[in-house]
Design a protein around this ligand. Structure first.
Ligand code: SF4
Length: 323
């Protein structure tokens, strides 16, 4: 990332511009409406684009079409790590928020929330599965027991990395906000702006300067993830904060049947900075996605990416392969 240059921000809060409304209303296909957005204390249900929807279009346009245009129910994906990530993320939010509120919760409380919430999530899943709602969506039965051979071993990975976060990063961080909602009015090529909404994990003071931080729980991350994340660039544009970072709670491994292969997890912060060039690139990318959606272009663009396009990764895999 280059040095930060002076940037003129086109940013606004509240109602979208007339042009944005026109863009939404004249679209040949419905744009994604974000229903949980609050603007000036009121729930807004139309005309706002969520960044996660745009990301889905970038990942695979066909996936976007299934989810947001055709409103198809995909196969419910069960991944133990997904639940582990959600639960740990929620516990982190609560922890950091407690510091902002001046009533920090203890390490024991923080870790016990991860522990008990994981138990709850797995129990809930089993309940849903038994009630056959999930089974209907899953053509193949899931061997729940086999997926999480030993939930306690699995839980220990999250608790270990949570513990390291508490003793290290958390002790030194000075959080300013958590889960902050933003609305960024992005300039569109045809003139005017379109509002894009999202939530920023954490804004905190790192190294004496305000920094937008995305907490990631799970796989190992790299400096490239922080340097080239479009999500972080958009957050940076919306908040007018050039410094961004990923704080990764990277899980260790238990080694399975071979304890010699066990590896401890670690918490790493990858710092980066955004420049005017990054903003221009992201604006261009989002404009290209918006044009594709408006034109009703939904190619199977994820097909060459095995991380995206696999039976275990894409909820629409079975449908897509026969359509
Ligand atoms: S199966 Fe592959 S191409 Fe089809 S929607 Fe999923 S990711 Fe896209």
């Amino acid at each position: 990332m280059g040095a930060t240059e002076d940037v003129k921000f086109n940013i606004g809060y509240g109602k979208g511009s007339a042009d944005a409304k026109d863009l939404v209303n004249t679209s040949s296909v419905p744009l994604h409406n974000e229903k949980r957005v609050l603007v000036d204390g009121k729930r807004v249900s139309t005309g706002y684009f969520s960044h996660s929807a745009l990301e889905q279009y970038t990942r695979c346009s066909k996936q976007y079409e299934y989810k947001y245009i055709k409103r198809e129910k995909g196969r419910l994906m069960f991944r133990a790590k997904m639940y582990g990530g959600i639960v740990t993320h929620d516990a982190l939010d609560e922890l950091v928020n407690s510091k902002i509120q001046g009533k920090p919760i203890s390490k024991e409380t923080f870790l016990s929330h991860i522990d008990s919430d994981l138990d709850d999530k797995f129990a809930k899943y089993q309940e849903q599965y038994i009630s056959a709602k999930i089974e209907d969506l899953n053509p193949e039965p899931i061997d729940f027991g086999a997926r999480i051979a030993d939930p306690d071993i699995f839980k220990r990975l999250y608790i270990a990395v949570g513990s390291e976060f508490y003793d290290g990063h958390y002790q030194n961080c000075k959080p300013i906000s958590t889960e902050k909602q933003f609305i960024y009015h992005l300039e569109v090529d045809t003139g005017g702006t379109i509002p894009i909404v999202g939530f920023i994990d954490v804004i905190e003071t790192l190294g004496g300067k305000p920094t937008i931080v995305d907490y990631k729980v799970g796989a190992k991350k790299s400096q490239d993830d922080a340097d080239f994340s479009q999500q972080l660039t958009l957050y940076s544009m919306a908040e007018r904060i050039p410094r961004v970072a990923i704080t990764a709670l990277q899980l260790g491994t238990t080694g399975g049947k071979n304890p010699k292969k066990a590896k401890a997890g670690e918490v790493v912060t990858y710092l980066s900075k955004r420049s005017i060039k990054d903003y221009a690139r992201t604006t261009e990318n989002i404009n290209a996605a918006l044009k594709g959606i408006k034109a009703g272009a939904f190619p199977r663009s994820g097909i060459h990416n095995p991380i995206v396009c696999a039976r275990t990764q894409c909820p629409y895999f079975d449908k897509c392969m026969v359509d």
